[in-house]
Design a protein around this ligand. Sequence first.
Ligand SMILES: [Fe+2]
Ligand SMILES: [Fe+2]
Length: 131
Amino acid sequence: MQPPVFDDSLRTGFAAIDEQHRLFLTMLAELGAHIEAGHHRQGVIDAFQGMRLYADGHFADEEVLMQQRGYPELEAHKGLHATFMAMAADLEARLGEGAGLLSVETLEFLGSWFIGHIRNEDQRFAAFARG
Ligand SMILES: [Fe+2]
Ligand SMILES: [Fe+2]
């Protein structure tokens, strides 16, 4: 797996948010490494749950920041976060039936979604906040 990595093109200019994005992508890469190494089911489930909880906290922090800045697209942005969390919750529930259900391709999809979200949505908020 070529894990998505954080680079300068993904920066929002909010140091705390950028650090959370970087760490989330690191967690995703570590989860992929767990799977590729064929680690036991509970290890994969724990790593997935950690990633999901981290995303949840990140989204909440971002939404508070957007609220504070009076971001007019907050509600739509919240909807996108909720979409991601629903996907993650669904995957986690299925993991209970067998860790083999979580593939590296699925993680790549989550990573691509997250990076696309940073580029298209988080950076749009950042531009609004700078403006
Ligand atoms: Fe974000
Ligand atoms: Fe976001």
